[in-house]
Design a protein around this ligand. Structure first.
Ligand code: IMP
Ligand code: MG
Length: 180
């Protein structure tokens, strides 16, 4: 397949086994915290899909799934700060226990916008679970209940995360080489 630039996955930062172990831990924590309740997991397309698929199979409280798509970086590795809802939820949130599942929180711009929109729909509770967070790049405060791994300021791909729609299928998280 031809690629528009010479970017490629570089050093593996989080190997598959470490990812899977952490996902199991997060699922156990979530199952404990939501014991006796029925959870609505909201995945942010498309990056959260592999994480969400692994996570739900290890959560042992009843849960439903829904998805949202918001605009993100396009083909560059820098946040535009412009967020648009491209696909909204199918389900109403009123009175529901909602857990938003994200692949990565970078500046926090995407998720703070999303959380405002979701909170306005009056869920019984609203929390965030992200696989990755880059605390050094946070521009907006966010209350994040579950974080898989904290990363330094590097652009990563794999396990759902893309560069220009590529590399989502890698089973691990790798640094991206060759980006500007
Ligand atoms: P934020 O709005 O800056 O927090 O960025 C959130 C979105 O940017 C994520 O949902 C990703 O789609 C994308 N993003 C941020 N950092 C990375 C990265 O290292 N690799 C791939 N996508 C990223
Ligand atoms: Mg993305």
């Amino acid at each position: 397949m031809s690629r528009p630039d010479d970017t490629r996955p570089g050093e593996i930062l989080i190997p598959e086994e470490q990812l899977q172990t952490r996902v199991t831990e997060l699922a156990a924590e979530i199952s404990r915290d939501y014991a006796g309740r029925r959870l609505l997991l909201v995945g942010v397309l498309k990056g959260a899909v592999p994480f969400m698929a692994d996570l739900i199979r290890r959560i042992d409280v009843p849960c439903e799934l829904d998805f949202m798509a918001v605009s993100s970086y396009g083909s560059t590795t820098h946040s535009s700060g412009v967020v648009r809802i491209l696909k909204d939820l199918d389900m109403p949130l009123a009175g529901r226990d909602v857990l938003v599942v994200e692949d990565v929180i970078d500046s926090g711009l995407t998720l703070s916008y999303l959380m405002k929109s979701l909170a306005a729909r009056e869920p019984a509770s609203l929390a965030i679970c992200t696989l990755l967070a880059k605390p050094g790049r946070r521009r907006l405060a966010l209350d994040v209940s579950y974080v898989g791994f904290e990363l330094p300021d590097v652009f990563v791909v794999g396990y759902g995360l893309d560069h220009d729609e590529c590399f989502r299928n890698l089973p691990h998280i790798a640094e991206l080489d060759g980006s500007e």
